[in-house]
Write a protein that binds this ligand. Structure first.
Ligand code: G6P
Length: 614
């Protein structure tokens, strides 16, 4: 988390940096700051608690001139979110300033060493330790700044994407990364640096993705210089960016989240394009085709992910076991990486991540790789760290997801994983040709069916108003829709701050039923499929205890409509595809409740979209 941006060139740096910070605000938004070198060679640092708008207000009457600068938007790890802990941080002499995304794990040891040398610290951050270490190294070893950065980073344990300004060299930016993303944009006689390409897109489409343990030096009039922290020279690989400005705007919607919910019919077509053929009778996933044997010989599939992506993984467990008959385990990446898991060479590990940068998932992959497992990743952000370290994979291609609560990325993950399950099952012969064809055909109908569910937005918005009183919600589902219950509850928690629990419907009697009262809204996902009758019995049990039931049912279901307090209909589909329809009203319900409560839907408190720390 944290967003970083840097600029050096012929234009005023400040407006570019501020605009860049707004684009990166999804990565963290508890404080922001900027550092600029003006024409007199002064290094000015301005910081403010809160969002980027606060920083703009604070800097309005300050000297924001200069053609070189760095800026940061923070998601606090070390030290509370206040102005002192906000980035950029100065070195002891105030000659250098740094911005940093990541965590320096051994900062306490390094800090103690520097304090022993007489260094003093203004903030509680690990970042200030790093810039002091760099200055200390430069002064004691009598080396240039790039070498000092290399030497200092050799001592660092942890993750970083950093950019450094030196007021005695106003023509140069030095940056480095390990574990946190960093992109260089190459313009006409100007360079950009950022956590992702979004601050760069309107200026250039030429980018370089910096690799772990690389140090980059950007000097006006010179080519990009990349070395490792051990001073091995690297050849920069310039890539062309495929991102348009319109993808980063709200397109008339009040929030990115609503825009992204409504984009789903189109994004799923994009996810299937070139994979489901035009006759809708076959699926070709190149990441699967090229590595068929690994999947066919797999004794087990381990799925690892966090948050919403983990919920997509749970749905995939049902699909892969049903179609391919391979045992599947679904793991939280954060638990998997630390619990000494048994991983074999013939295991396939599927990592799911919208951002492709989630630190826990990246670490889980690395662990599985070391044990010889084959890594297949499902990612949205092209060129992110996770797809780069994987053996193979499948991009979801839904475009940038900016709302912190994931919506369109989730449905695309489910589609990608379902396509994979169908491919493995078909190839193994565990799925009949007839069933395969039926599901492939039905996948092609899903975008239109989602459109029909979205048609109920107004009804859901009206109805959501009645729930602003609620302190708690329960979400229930079974089979393929149990993970949807978890996802619906997560959406509500994330953006409305209402406590919500997702449960497998039949587990209700083992505890949660004690919570049912007139005050408790219970969302029950009850489409017509295998366990329908049983879920209906659960609804009766809730009504018998005076709970208020919001039911998600298949079109034409009069039975549940009679007993539930409110029903939302979704079109009939194959059971394995029902999550793609049932999740839509839950996304809309959470959205509208949060809006009525006046919550910051796109940037909920304490959260960040891309979690690049443990
Ligand atoms: C954060 C986001 C969630 C997301 C999770 C995993 O917590 O707020 O929306 O599901 O990270 O992110 P990933 O990018 O790996 O899917």
């Amino acid at each position: 988390m944290c967003g970083i941006v840097g600029y050096i060139g012929q234009r005023k740096a400040y407006p570019i940096l501020i605009k860049g910070l707004h684009r990166l605000e999804y990565r963290g938004y508890d404080s922001a700051g900027v550092a600029l070198i003006n024409a007199e060679g002064q290094l000015n640092v301005y910081k403010a608690k809160g969002k980027v708008a606060e920083l703009e207000a604070f800097s309005a009457d300050k000297d924001t001139s200069g053609f070189i600068g760095i800026a940061h938007t923070r998601w606090a790890t070390h030290g509370e979110p206040n102005t002192v802990n906000a980035h950029p941080h100065y070195s002891e002499s105030e000659r250098l300033a740094i911005i940093h995304n990541g965590i320096i794990e051994n900062y306490a040891v390094l800090k103690a060493g520097l304090q022993g040398e007489g260094y003093t610290f203004k903030s509680d951050t690990d970042t200030e330790v790093l810039i002091q270490l760099i200055e200390y190294t430069q002064e004691n070893r009598h080396v240039d700044l790039k070498t000092a950065v290399q030497l200092a980073l050799q001592q660092v344990i942890g993750a970083y994407a950093i950019v450094i300004l030196d007021k005695t060299h106003p023509d140069t930016l030095i940056a480095a990364r390990k574990g946190s993303p960093l992109v260089v944009g190459i313009g006409q006689n100007e360079y950009f640096l950022a956590s992702d390409a979004t601050p760069i897109v309107e200026y250039t489409d030429k980018v370089i993705y910096i690799e772990d343990e690389e140090v980059v030096s950007l000097r006006i009039g010179e080519d990009v210089d990349i070395t490792t922290i051990n001073n091995v020279t690297k050849t920069p690989e310039i890539k062309r960016l495929e991102l348009s400005l319109s993808q980063l705007e709200k397109g008339g919607y009040p929030h990115f989240m609503l825009k992204e919910i409504f984009e789903q019919p189109r994004t799923l077509i994009d996810s299937m394009r070139g994979r489901v053929n035009v006759r809708q009778d076959n699926i070709a996933l190149s990441g699967f085709i090229d590595n068929k044997e690994r999947f066919l010989n797999a004794k087990r599939i381990i799925i690892t992910a966090c948050g919403t992506s983990w919920h997509a993984g749970l749905i995939a467990m049902y699909a892969i076991e049903e179609f391919a008959q391979i045992p599947v385990e679904v793991e939280y990446s954060s638990e998997f990486r630390y619990r000494k898991p048994v991983i074999n060479r013939d295991d396939v590990v599927i990592a799911i991540s919208q951002s492709g940068e989630t630190a826990d998932t990246l670490a889980a992959i690395q662990l599985a790789k070391e044990k010889g497992a084959f890594i297949f990743s499902i990612c949205n952000v092209v060129g992110a760290s996770i797809p780069r370290v994987s053996d193979s994979g499948c991009y979801t291609h839904v475009g940038p997801e900016i709302g912190v609560a994931s919506t369109k990325a989730f449905t695309a993950q489910v589609v990608a994983l379902t396509m994979l399950a169908l491919c493995i099952g078909r190839e193994k012969g565990t799925l009949s040709g007839e069933q395969y064809l039926r599901i492939v055909r039905e996948l092609g109908q899903i975008p239109d069916k989602i459109e029909r569910v979205l048609g109920q937005n107004k009804r859901i918005a009206d109805f959501a108003k009645t729930f602003t009183y609620a302190q708690n919600f329960i979400y229930l589902g079974r089979g393929y829709n149990y993970p949807v219950a978890l996802e619906g509850a997560l959406k509500l928690k994330e953006i409305s701050y209402i406590h919500a629990e997702g449960y497998p419907a039949a587990e209700m009697k083992h505890g949660p039923i004690a919570l049912i009262s007139q005050e408790m809204p219970v969302v029950v996902i009850a489409p017509r499929c295998g366990t329908y009758e049983k879920v209906v019995s659960n609804i009766q049990e809730i009504k018998a205890r005076e709970g208020r039931v919001i039911a998600i049912v298949t079109e034409g279901d009069e039975h549940v409509s009679r007993i539930a307090d409110f029903t939302i209909e979704v079109p009939q589909t194959e059971e394995c595809l029902t999550p793609l329809l049932t999740v839509i009203p839950l996304q809309l319900l959470a959205y509208h409740i949060a809006v009525v409560k006046g919550c910051d839907v796109d940037q909920p408190r304490n959260l960040a979209k891309s979690v690049t720390v443990e």
